[in-house]
Design a protein around this ligand. Structure first.
Ligand code: FAD
Length: 579
């Protein structure tokens, strides 16, 4: 058979690539070797940028309908155990607002029109599958494995094996490798830079009723065990489908050595869960135990001819700040409009080179960030309350007793620990990591300004309309409807947003777009609902203009009125479409 894009792998990356290509009217085939979506809970946090993208493609509400609402997951918590009879059992050591919840709500809602949500991959993949199948009937095929391919005469010719063992040939113009790095990267021999398999984790997925002991609102509960240091560092994650303490399913992640029986033996796994939670007789239904290694690697190239790597195929990172899946979705978003632009004839093939130019530094940024979080996790576990490796087990009760004491000494212990726990904001309050990824080179025209200096802890996001940044969110009114500036951006082409005094841009933009032959819409919201002038908040002033790409990134800006706006825009459009 023939198709325009062969997408290999129906994880979060491949499924979203399929959905975005469908929105853009690009014929494609998505193949997945497994007979059905994954049964591993894996990633669960869908961050603000991902939800903005889902909103643009009309699927955000599907996720909010079943995902955890912010009040049920906007906190992380450190506890000794959930229950138990010891004097320090079931005690909360520290908790902090997370992911835009609690006190973060106001400042984070200024930055984005959406909130994040939480939905583990066992639930998000079937949801994405349903949407992908609905938007591309018959083009999402499970039980189909890519065996091999060759690139010849400007085409990919792929050999695909179906569930019956029969092989067929698929001819495509592009191959999007969203295969988690399993098949395509090894065959291409692309080098992975970084640290492979540097950390081993066991993830246990189970059902249990924890409602008597668990409190509402904490997506992640980290344990620091009063008696047994080997139980510290384990993390309990809510898996739904009901959210909060009535969650039916849970995930427990813990670090294991190669000989740890809790990696393989059912009884040892059950004991590990009960001991960590401090509930001796807890009834548990075990679904799955997976032992996996954490990688921090970035592919040296994201493009090889007509093959484009996305998601875990391009970069693998520790499961911190939920960056793995979110970065994968954002790769798909970046790639889909570029393939659509080239295929629709309004951009040259070189536009595809900007995919690597833009996304590879982001892959590096996110994996470095996730590695930093893993390093910090040591600090915010036992060490936060003074339990350094030199402290013998017999001394542990003293530390817990001091920590909880209603005395000056206890207050100092808690205040000191609070400062240490506070560094965990690099994981759960990293708004700038979610929204502030910048493209310095790519399908954009720099304006000579410098990017705002990023806040080193990643928790303060400074919006800017500088080219290469995500368009800042501002609430505006358009045709009597309250909309985010992000809602003004069409996924089908460029969007020109001009200030209230910049009407000259409108006609000039349309003429330039017609001349060059690119789809472009022009908008200038009329009524201000956001207090200060929206155009000033966007950084363009009354007479300025922004040229925004289909993926809501700013391609170019001009803050005044040039002598010949049409010529200026034509020059810019020509440059960023590589024709
Ligand atoms: C146990 C586990 C727990 C994790 N927990 C977290 C977490 O808590 N937070 C987080 O952010 N990240 C986590 N991750 C990482 C996160 O799940 C990934 O970053 C994310 O799933 C990447 O999505 P993807 O679509 O790129 O790749 P994948 O989800 O790996 O999907 C790749 C797909 O390609 C298919 N495939 C491979 N080869 C072929 C072929 N030849 N033909 C057809 N299909 C093929 C595979 O079957 C698979 O379905 C975890 C990963 C694992 C393994």
């Amino acid at each position: 058979m023939e198709t325009t894009v062969l997408v290999v792998g129906a994880g979060g990356c491949g499924l979203t690539a399929s959905i975005f290509l469908s929105t853009l009217g690009i014929d494609h085939l998505l193949i997945e070797q497994r007979p059905e979506p994954a049964r591993l809970p894996k990633a669960h946090y869908l961050n603000h940028r991902t939800m903005e993208i889902f909103r643009q493609h009309g699927i955000a509400e599907d996720f909010y309908a079943v995902g955890a609402p912010l009040e049920k997951f906007g906190k992380v918590c450190w506890q000794t155990t959930l229950a138990g009879k010891g004097p320090f059992d079931g005690r909360v050591l520290y908790e902090m607002d997370a992911f835009g919840g609690g006190e973060l709500r106001e400042s984070w809602s200024v930055a984005s029109p959406v909130s994040a949500t939480n939905l583990p991959q066992i639930r998000s993949e079937p949801l994405l599958r349903g949407i992908a199948e609905q938007r591309a009937p018959g083009r999402v095929r499970y039980g189909h494995e890519l065996l091999d391919w060759v690139e010849e005469s400007g085409h990919i010719v792929a050999t695909v094996r179906d569930a019956q063992g029969d092989t067929t040939t698929v001819a495509a113009k592009y191959l999007v490798a969203a295969d988690g790095g399993r098949t395509v990267v090894p065959k291409l021999g692309i080098r992975l830079e970084g640290w492979p398999s540097f950390h081993h984790v066991t993830t246990v997925h189970f059902s249990a009723d924890l409602s008597r002991w668990q409190r509402d609102g904490a997506l992640l509960t980290y344990f620091i065990n009063p008696k047994r240091p080997e139980l510290s560092g384990s993390t309990l994650v809510e898996m739904g489908p009901t959210w909060g303490r009535f969650s039916e399913e849970w995930g427990l992640h813990f670090t294991t050595g190669p000989d740890d029986p809790a990696r393989t033996q059912r009884e040892a796994v059950l004991a590990r869960i009960r001991d960590t939670l401090g509930i001796e007789d807890l009834r548990i239904r075990l679904h799955k135990v997976s032992n996996w290694s954490v990688d921090a690697v970035n592919a040296q190239h994201y493009r090889s001819g007509r093959v484009l790597l996305a998601g875990d195929a391009a970069h693998k990172m520790p499961p911190a700040a939920g960056l793995g899946l979110n970065t994968a979705v954002q790769d798909a978003h970046n790639l889909a409009w570029k393939i659509a632009a080239v295929e629709s004839g309004w951009a040259g093939m070189d536009l595809l080179d900007t995919y690597e130019l833009e996304r590879r530094p982001i892959g590096r940024r996110h994996l470095d960030w996730a590695v930093g979080i893993i390093a910090n996790a040591e600090l915010v576990s036992e060490t936060a309350i003074g339990l350094t490796p030199q402290v013998p087990t017999w001394m542990r009760p003293t530390f817990f007793s001091n920590y909880f004491a209603d005395s000056a000494r206890g207050r100092t212990a808690r205040a000191r620990a609070g400062e240490v726990f506070g560094t965990h904001r690099i994981d759960c309050q990293a708004l700038d990591i979610e929204l502030g990824g910048v493209y310095e080179k790519g399908a954009l025209v720099p304006d000579g300004t410098s990017a705002p200096e990023p806040e080193p802890m990643g928790d303060i996001h400074v919006p800017t309309s500088r080219p290469g940044h995500r368009l800042p969110h501002v609430w505006v009114e358009q045709d009597g409807t309250r909309r985010s500036t992000l809602d003004l951006v069409s996924p089908h082409g460029f969007t020109v947003i001009h200030g209230p005094g910049g009407a000259a841009w409108a006609g000039a933009a349309r003429r330039a777009a017609d001349r060059i032959g690119v789809p472009l819409t022009v908008t200038s919201p009329t009524t201000e609902t956001s207090g200060a002038g929206w155009a000033h908040r966007l950084g363009i002033g009354d007479e300025g203009v922004l040229l925004v790409r289909p993926d809501q990134y700013v391609a170019w800006r001009h803050t005044g009125a040039p002598a010949d706006p049409e010529a200026e825009l034509a020059r810019v459009l020509d440059r960023i479409t590589f024709r």
